[in-house]
Design a binder for this molecule. Structure first.
Ligand SMILES: [Ca+2]
Ligand SMILES: [Ca+2]
Ligand SMILES: [Ca+2]
Ligand SMILES: [Ca+2]
Ligand SMILES: [Zn+2]
Length: 579
């Protein structure tokens, strides 16, 4: 009696102390979205299940004091995590871009559950250190699920900002008037309105032509004038854009909207910046966002110029392969193909951390396909008369018959305190930028595969003795070859050009030897070596992708020598040679 009471009591604590913990077991599920608390549970579950391959770090806290976690995946038996090429992956820096978090969770889940079973993945987990932060903007993610939102709100850092400069902060947000958890649109019947009902789908509206009578006036997003200043929803949460607040090429608000008052003013961002600075081994960065189906590379502004050609080869190789891994996604240059951004995250990681980096813009609404009726044109083909393009018609059909109506709220009458009798309806918060959960598995797997592909291309240096020749009494000539079979060099050419990160070091040492000369062997057959003038026993080198370098040393003495290769971003190597 007493025992079972205690047991029940203990179970009660377990059940009430964790949120939906019964849902969250390893392997994780990807036919659903994880809210912030569930995401934390998921990452903890992975760590609990694979304590030997993971470590769970509390990176810091957000502006609203939520924990930001990072999961490190690295096999300690193959070396300390800092000794291996680091692959940093994050998501959800924009709070509403939630499937980016699922890509990160999926990557972690895939690497861990396939370790020891899949050869490619086993060798990656042995070779690399993965640093995964599934949700950067933890406050944004929390509020996106918990509060009423559009598909684009709850995006900002949760740092109050007075957008309309009236002395009040975030005082007039959207208002969920009908209490359905979505911020949709408002419309009102008006014979002099700007729009009439679309003849093909009565849920849509088309703009009236000159001289034509309207039926509707559009009143914007759901809401009221909370502060009575004559404007509706003019000061929503934030707006400090967490992807414009980083400490590289930051510009103030009048140049870059959302910049914040100073770089890294976001508490959580500052913590992540420090986390990265403590991991100089990071050579590859992926930051996932939505939407549009794009892999974006820098530079972020035209004024920064183009990357060195050596880096472009790397970006093209990874970007073009990623395009093939995720059909329909495009590999683009951000400032040229989209727009310039100042103070963005990958600008920081490229230039301060010295990494290659992509922004992955997940999901494209065109993937919500529905085979259209004959009278409707194909998606992308615009305009019968002056109607909206057919993408909306197709998306509505997809909503009706594939998502069973979950993505669109039909227009419903509502009495508005200011506008009187109106209707509320339109796309819901889980529409437009997020795949329906049934499509999530495909999205997370393909995008995680792009990360895995790039991780496989991080540098892996092999060092070999090419030749050892006695050329005099106690005088030896040795030739060392270093090979990198992967696409990514040991240091970006940008870092090399800016001298922002140290080169690799090749060092010859021995108790009873003297390195008389040493330098790069430009041509082994022609015996052309370029000797370094001072301290020939230490050479500063750079390992290209898909390439090799050769060095030659003249060594006086005898006994054992060690040749040590050390790198910031690739694994150190050593050769021991007997003279
Ligand atoms: Ca205000
Ligand atoms: Ca609503
Ligand atoms: Ca107002
Ligand atoms: Ca409002
Ligand atoms: Zn984004």
């Amino acid at each position: 009696m007493k025992k079972s009471f205690i047991l029940l009591f203990a179970l009660g604590i377990i059940v009430s102390g964790s949120i939906s913990a019964q849902d969250i077991g390893v392997p994780l599920r990807f036919d659903r979205y994880y809210d912030y608390d569930q995401l934390v549970e998921a990452i903890k579950a992975l760590h609990r299940e694979y304590p030997n391959l993971t470590s769970l770090d509390l990176v810091g806290y957000s502006d609203e004091k939520r924990a930001i976690y990072a999961l490190t995946i690295s096999n300690p038996n193959t070396g300390d995590h800092l000794s291996k090429p680091g692959v940093y992956v994050d998501g959800n820096i924009h709070g509403n871009e939630v499937q980016a978090g699922e890509v990160c969770l999926y990557l972690a889940n895939r690497l861990l559950t396939s370790y020891g079973e899949n050869d490619q993945i086993t060798s990656l987990v042995d070779k690399n250190s993965f640093y995964i932060i599934p949700a950067v903007n933890v406050d944004g993610r929390y509020h996106f699920f918990k509060d009423a939102n559009t598909s684009s709100s709850s995006r900002s850092i949760r740092r109050p900002k007075d957008d309309d400069k009236d002395g009040l902060f975030d005082e007039d947000p959207y208002d969920d008037l009908d209490g359905d958890g979505n911020i949709c649109d408002m419309r009102k019947r008006d014979p002099n309105g700007t729009h009439r009902t679309d003849p093909f789908d009565s849920r849509l509206m088309v703009r009236v032509k000159p001289g034509e009578k309207g039926e509707w006036i559009l009143l914007g997003r759901e809401g009221i004038d909370n502060d009575g200043d004559g404007r509706i929803n003019e000061d929503n949460e934030g707006y400090v854009d967490p992807n414009r607040n980083w400490g590289y090429n930051w510009k103030p608000n009048y140049i870059q909207r959302g910049a914040g008052y100073y770089p890294l003013s976001g508490t959580g961002l500052k913590a992540i910046a420090n986390y990265l600075l403590e991991r100089p081994n990071v050579i590859m960065v992926w930051a996932f966002h939505n939407a549009g189906g794009m892999f974006l590379r820098g530079p972020s502004t035209k004024a920064e110029g183009e990357f060195p050609s050596g880096d472009l080869k790397v970006y093209d190789y990874l970007g073009e392969n990623s395009e093939m891994i995720t059909p329909g996604y495009r590999y683009l240059l951000v400032w040229k193909d989209l727009y310039s951004t100042y103070g963005d995250f990958t600008g920081f990681t490229t230039n301060i951390i010295g990494s290659y980096g992509f922004v992955g813009e997940l999901f494209q609404s065109q993937s919500e396909t529905y085979a259209l009726n004959k009278e409707l044109k194909k998606p992308g083909e615009r305009n019968r008369e002056s109607g909206p393009d057919d993408t909306n018609h197709q998306r509505l059909k997809f909503n009706d018959h594939v998502a069973q109506g979950e993505l669109y709220k039909s227009w419903t009458p509502f009495h508005h305190p200011l506008y009187g009798e109106i209707e509320i309806g339109g796309w819901t918060k889980m529409s437009s930028r997020l795949p329906h959960p049934f499509m999530l598995q495909d999205l997370v797997h393909r995008n995680a595969s792009s990360v895995i592909f790039s991780a496989a291309q991080t540098p892996e240096i092999k060092m070999e003795l090419m030749e050892k020749k006695k050329i005099g009494k106690d005088l030896y000539q040795i030739r060392i070859r270093l090979l990198n079979d992967n696409a990514i060099p040991t240091l970006t050419y940008q870092s090399l050009k800016n001298k922002s990160h140290r080169k690799d070091i090749l060092k010859v040492s021995g108790a009873s030897v003297d390195v008389v000369a040493g330098g790069e062997l430009k041509d082994a057959h022609m015996n052309q070596a370029v000797y370094k003038e001072h301290k020939p026993q230490i050479q500063f080198i750079h390992m290209p992708g898909f390439g090799k370098v050769e060095y030659q040393f003249l060594i006086a003495g005898k006994g054992t020598i060690a040749v040590d290769y050390s790198s910031l971003k690739a694994k150190n190597q050593q050769l021991v040679i007997e003279l």
